[in-house]
Design a protein around this ligand. Structure first.
Ligand SMILES: [Zn+2]
Ligand SMILES: [Zn+2]
Length: 242
């Protein structure tokens, strides 16, 4: 930022902090935490620790590499990761980000995901990051695709390309959250299209989204990308259902 502008902005921010003391995004109590979240809310973020299913990232009670559910289905994702459980603070933050436009929350999402990628050396395995696309009408309603914003923030840190043009959602589908596990699979079937079939050829692709629930959407995207000749498709979601 221009050094001449920095000082007045910081004075204005201090003035605002006095007039309107910052409050935690989630519990609305006064806080001055780095992410706009108080210590209590930050502590409530539950991370998923190994052993985890290599396909879906679920924590496993035993030392198997794949959970019972993933071993019984044709899962096209080579390996899937999620740093956190989709509950409490993170669930609330994702809702505020997605539906209320609280873009300031990107800082914590990014730090959690970048840290997780480094620890698991995910960036070493991939050539291209692809955000899970939304149907155009939906994107207009929200004015942005949250998955694309997450993908772009990760790509910056690792200098990996993001391709948000060659995987499209071509069919409007009912919201997955309104459906049971079986219906989620049929709901998304045939709803994605690889536009330029050469874009993914021979590449290791990382699909990025906010939440993993049943994996139906990620699996359908991975299937479409693999059909175009991609080498492997991985997935990274900020949080996964318990
Ligand atoms: Zn709080
Ligand atoms: Zn699994």
């Amino acid at each position: 930022m221009n050094a001449v502008l920095q000082k007045p902005i910081s004075i204005f921010k201090t003035f605002l902090d006095v007039v309107l003391p910052p409050v935690c995004y989630v519990c609305k109590r006064s806080c001055s935490g780095k992410y706009g979240l108080c210590e209590d809310c930050l502590e409530k973020i539950r991370h998923i620790f190994p052993p985890q299913c290599t396909k879906c990232g679920r924590h496993l009670a035993n030392n198997e590499s794949i959970c019972g559910e993933c071993s019984s289905k044709n899962f096209h994702v080579e390996r899937g990761w999620s740093p956190c459980y989709y509950e409490g603070t993170i669930k609330e933050c994702i809702h505020l980000f997605k539906y209320n436009g609280y873009m300031g929350l990107m800082d914590i999402f990014k730090d959690i995901m970048v840290d997780f990628m480094k620890k698991n050396r995910i960036h070493k395995e991939i050539d291209l990051i692809v955000p899970v696309p939304v149907y155009p009408t939906k994107k207009r309603e929200r004015t942005y695709n949250h998955a694309e914003i997450l993908a772009r923030s990760l790509a910056k840190d690792f200098a990996i390309l993001v391709d948000s043009r060659n995987l499209k959602k071509i069919k409007w589908t009912q919201s997955q959250s309104e459906l049971d596990k079986k219906k989620r699979v049929t709901n998304v079937r045939g709803s994605f299209l690889a536009v330029d079939r050469g874009a993914f050829s021979g590449k290791n692709v990382l699909l990025v989204d906010d939440v993993y629930t049943t994996g139906a959407t990620l699996n359908e995207c991975a299937k479409v990308i693999l059909k175009t000749g991609a080498n492997k498709v991985f997935s990274l979601t900020l949080a996964r259902g318990i």
